[in-house]
Ligand binder design. Structure first.
Ligand SMILES: Nc1nc2c(c(=O)[nH]1)N[C@H]1C(S)=C(S)[C@@H](COP(=O)(O)O)O[C@H]1N2
Ligand SMILES: [Mo]
Length: 415
C-alpha cells in the first residue's frame, strides 16, 4: 500500500471515532454570543488576541516546604516560564517567550529600558579596527533570519522534585523557539579584523549587573547572531531589546541580552570556560496530553510535543504509550530546522486504560535522548541523586513520562 492509500485508510478507519467528537457542536456551530460582535477598528495600532484566549507565562514555582538549595539559587533570578501545553507548531509567540533575568542579589529585577537612538555596540580587544555601531548602522548591514530555540541550562531540573505542580510549563517551560533576525557576528568580527592571537569572545549586557559571558571565537565565527528582531518585529524588552546575542544550541545563559560590548581576547573572562559542556543535548517532551490536563473520555487524541538538540537537526522522534515497552515513530513537522524546536505528532486512540506516555528523540549526529538511568550513568550518580542533591545541576534531559489515569487525569510520572 502506498503512503497516501495507507493514510486514506487510516483516516477512514478513524473518522468514525472523529465523527463522535463533532456531535456536540451541531446547532451551535458559530459559537457567537449575540450582541458581542466587535467592529474591526481600522486604526487598531497593534492587534490583541481574542478575549477568550488566556494562555499565559508564569513564574517558575518551587515546593516551599523543601530545602532544595537549587531553589534558593534560582530565587535570585527571575524565571518566567512558557506555557508549552498551549503551544502549536514550533514558534513561541514573543509575548510568551520564557524570560530569565539573573538580576543577582541586591539588584532590582527591572530589565533595562533602552532607547535605541542612544544605544551603542562596541567591538574591541584583539582587533585591528575597534568599531562602534549605532542601531541604525547595525540594521543597514546584510542580515539573516534563522529559527532557533533558546533553553536555560536549568530547565527541567525541578521536574524530579515532588511537590511541584508538574505541568509541562513548570517542568520544561524554560525553552522557547523564535525566528531571529540580525547580523552574523562573524560579519562584524571580520569587519573589525580579528588578530592572530585571538581565541575567545567576551560579551557584555547593559543590565545593572552587566551580565557577561565568554565563548570560543570558533563559535563566534560559526552561527552566532547579533539579533535585533524576533518573530518579525523588534525583540521584546525582556528578551533583550534593542539587540542581543543568539548562540544557537548552547545554554541560554551565553546569549547575552541588551548587548553593548564585544571584546575579542586570547582567554575566557568568565569561569565557565569548558564551552562544549554547555551544549543543550538532545531532548523532547510531550506537550499534549501533559501534566494537569484531563482527557474527557476514551477515543481519538493526537499526541504532540517538541523535540530539540543543540547538536543540529532532529531526525526522529518515537513515542511510547505503554511506559516504554513499545515505540512508534511520530510524524515530524516540516521543515525541520537545525537547533530549533521540532514539532512531532502521533495519532492515538485511548481505550481508557492507565497509560504512560513518553517521547524519545534522535538528532542528526545519531545522539539519542537518554533515560533517567542512562543520564545517571553518564554523570556517575545514582537515580536518587537528582531528587536529593544540593548541587545546582543543569542540562537535565531524560526521557520524560506522563501518566494518564483511568479517569483521564494526566500527571508527572517522574516521581
Ligand atoms: N544581559 C543579560 N543577558 C542574559 C541574561 C541576563 O540576566 N542578562 N540571562 C541569561 C540566561 S541565564 C538565559 S537562560 C537567557 C534567556 O533568554 P530570554 O530571557 O530571552 O528567554 O538569557 C541570558 N542572557
Ligand atoms: Mo539560564
Amino acid at each position: 500500500m502506498n503512503p497516501i492509500e495507507r493514510g486514506r485508510r487510516r483516516f477512514l478507519k478513524e473518522s468514525a471515532a472523529l465523527a463522535g467528537l463533532a456531535v456536540g457542536a451541531v446547532g451551535s456551530a458559530s459559537g457567537q454570543t449575540p450582541g458581542t460582535e466587535k467592529q474591526v477598528d481600522p486604526k487598531t495600532p497593534y492587534g490583541e488576541r481574542s478575549r477568550f484566549v488566556s494562555s499565559a507565562r508564569t513564574a517558575r514555582e518551587y515546593p516551599s516546604h523543601t530545602p532544595y538549595p537549587s531553589r534558593i539559587m534560582d530565587a535570585a533570578d527571575a524565571l518566567i516560564v512558557t506555557p508549552l501545553q498551549d503551544s502549536a507548531g514550533i514558534i513561541t509567540p514573543s509575548p510568551l517567550h520564557f524570560v530569565v533575568y539573573n538580576a543577582g542579589y541586591g539588584y532590582p529585577r527591572l530589565h533595562p529600558d533602552i532607547d535605541p537612538r542612544q544605544h551603542r555596540l562596541l567591538i574591541h580587544g584583539l582587533v585591528d579596527r575597534p568599531l562602534i555601531f549605532t542601531m541604525e548602522e547595525l540594521q543597514r548591514l546584510p542580515s539573516v533570519s534563522r529559527t532557533h530555540f533558546l533553553e536555560c541550562g536549568g530547565n527541567s531540573r525541578n521536574s524530579v522534585w515532588p511537590g511541584t505542580q508538574g505541568t509541562v510549563q513548570q517542568n520544561h517551560g524554560l525553552t522557547s523557539c523564535s525566528e531571529w533576525t540580525g547580523v552574523p557576528l562573524s560579519l562584524l568580527l571580520r569587519e573589525a579584523g580579528v588578530q592572530k592571537e585571538a581565541s575567545w569572545v567576551h560579551a557584555e549586557g547593559a543590565d545593572a549587573h552587566k551580565h557577561s559571558r565568554s565563548f570560543p571565537l570558533e563559535k563566534g565565527m560559526d552561527d552566532v547572531l547579533v539579533a535585533y528582531a524576533q518573530n518579525g518585529e523588534p525583540i521584546r524588552p525582556e528578551n533583550g531589546y534593542p539587540v542581543r546575542l543568539v548562540i544557537p544550541g548552547i545554554e541560554g545563559n551565553r546569549s547575552v541580552k541588551w548587548l553593548r560590548r564585544i571584546k575579542v581576547a586570547d582567554q575566557p573572562y568568565t569561569s565557565w570556560s569548558s564551552f562544549a559542556a554547555h551544549e543543550q543535548g538532545v531532548k523532547s517532551v510531550i506537550t499534549f496530553p501533559s501534566g494537569g490536563q484531563r482527557l474527557p473520555g476514551p477515543g481519538f487524541y493526537e499526541i504532540t510535543g517538541l523535540a530539540w538538540s543543540g547538536g543540529g537537526a532532529i531526525r526522529r522522534v518515537e513515542v511510547s504509550t505503554d511506559g516504554g515497552r513499545t515505540w512508534k515513530d511520530a510524524r515530524l513537522q516540516e521543515p525541520v530546522f537545525r537547533k530549533a524546536h521540532t514539532r512531532f505528532r502521533l495519532d492515538w486512540t485511548w481505550k481508557g486504560e492507565e497509560a504512560v506516555l513518553q517521547s524519545r528523540c534522535t538528532d542528526e549526529r545519531g545522539d539519542v535522548q537518554p533515560t533517567l538511568a542512562e543520564l545517571s550513568r553518564i554523570h556517575g550518580v545514582d537515580l536518587d541523586w537528582w531528587r536529593s542533591t544540593s548541587v545546582h545541576f543543569s542540562h537535565f534531559r531524560p526521557i520524560f513520562p506522563w501518566k494518564v489515569t483511568r479517569e483521564g487525569s494526566v500527571h508527572n510520572a517522574m516521581y
